[in-house]
Design a protein around this ligand. Sequence first.
Ligand code: SF4
Ligand code: SF4
Length: 196
Amino acid sequence: MKLTQKIKYDADRTVGFGESVARLPGCEGLPSCIQCGTCSGTCPMSIYMDLSPRQVIGLVRADFKKEALSCNTIWLCSSCYACTVQCPREIGITEIMYALKQRAIREHTFPAGFPIAILAREFTRMVTRKGRITETLLVMKLFLRANWRAALASWWLGLGLIRTGRFVLRQEQIQGHRELATMLAQTKETGEGGAP
Ligand code: SF4
Ligand code: SF4
């Protein structure tokens, strides 16, 4: 884990960011964090994260939006809920991670070419527009957007899968997908959308 030791200034803050996160369902406990670090000590993924869960919570609460939305921590969170179970203030840390992922996708602040973020964005787009995912299309979009050279290098594999009918390019959709898209657009405007 790489500890960030840069001094932060008041001018770097996006005033109201922490409050806006704390208003979301499941994230209400954010202001009560005592920075004890139990979440970081519990998190099985923290050794791979650039900021520990404690640091992310601290940055969000203090309105450092840019740092919180551009770190890899929120994408490496595996939603195991270990931190949430152990937190002495019963803070919904996992829900906060979800909320940050949503904001990062909406504001395009995730690390460029980061596959987990791209997968989450494309998954959300597909479900929002069509009501279900088409796995083959999802994987293709992920490869093309995360590493198009690797995708091109495997063209023969894709061709073989198409020939044998195992790679279906037709987009699947549910009945009433337009109505679903309208409903989800409403939740997005009110900030009540679910996990990405
Ligand atoms: S365990 Fe809870 S109170 Fe402690 S630092 Fe993490 S979020 Fe804050
Ligand atoms: S939910 Fe995410 S942040 Fe919390 S312990 Fe699991 S991986 Fe770590």
